[in-house]
Design a protein around this ligand. Sequence first.
Ligand code: PGA
Length: 259
Amino acid sequence: MSPVARRPRVVAGNWKMHKTGAEGAALAHELVALLGARPPCAVIVCPPFPALEAVRAALQGSAIGLGAQNLHAEPRGAFTGEVSGPMLAAAGCRYVIVGHSERRHGMGEDDALVARKLRAARRDGLTPIVCAGETLSERDQGLTADVLVRQIRAAYEGLSPAEAQETLIAYEPVWAIGTGRVATPEQARDAHRIIRATLERVVGPGGGAAACVLYGGSVNAENAPRLFAEPEIDGALVGGASLEAASFFRIVAAAAAVV
Ligand code: PGA
């Protein structure tokens, strides 16, 4: 049997609606100081739009990647208050979060719109970080697999295995986000397996095994080592614990320790 290539480890920080430009630059400088020019695994930070430029400048010369938290599906046009992929790319972003539950459930983004945004990101040269996850009531009703299959199918239908591999996926159970109630490694493992099996069916053979699937939802420096010990978990999308350099650094270190 030929050895299976290890999937890359990725830790991404989703700053949500936190940090001005100055605050974001200060945090980015701290991260560069802690992680050095070459972090031990792939590291991404996703500041709010107005902080992108200041954070980009602060990250200059480091391998920490810059991402945005959302994009519009159209490249330009009369869409007041929206930001397009080409604008993000020009601002130095290489990544963009797509379909975060706070947008699915708080801003009415449906599966079809998430699919369009995934394609828009790819069209505009950005790596999408595609989020999927069930609510607590869906989990309680035994619908976790149904929800994950539906969300992943809608987002990835029509992509090839190679195209799917150029994206990142984040399994983010809605009940774990910002609640302090982290999924167990077993719960995350099972969900990641469902996501991979779905991808295998939707994009074709190899698409699931190669996909880089992160876990997100109340990840912190204490629980990260246990999560990363699970081979199905390729990294983390971190909210609250990414807002301080010390805690984010410890999560990155935990991810790198199990490579
Ligand atoms: P949290 O957020 O780490 O604060 O739970 C994760 C996310 O929403 O991406």
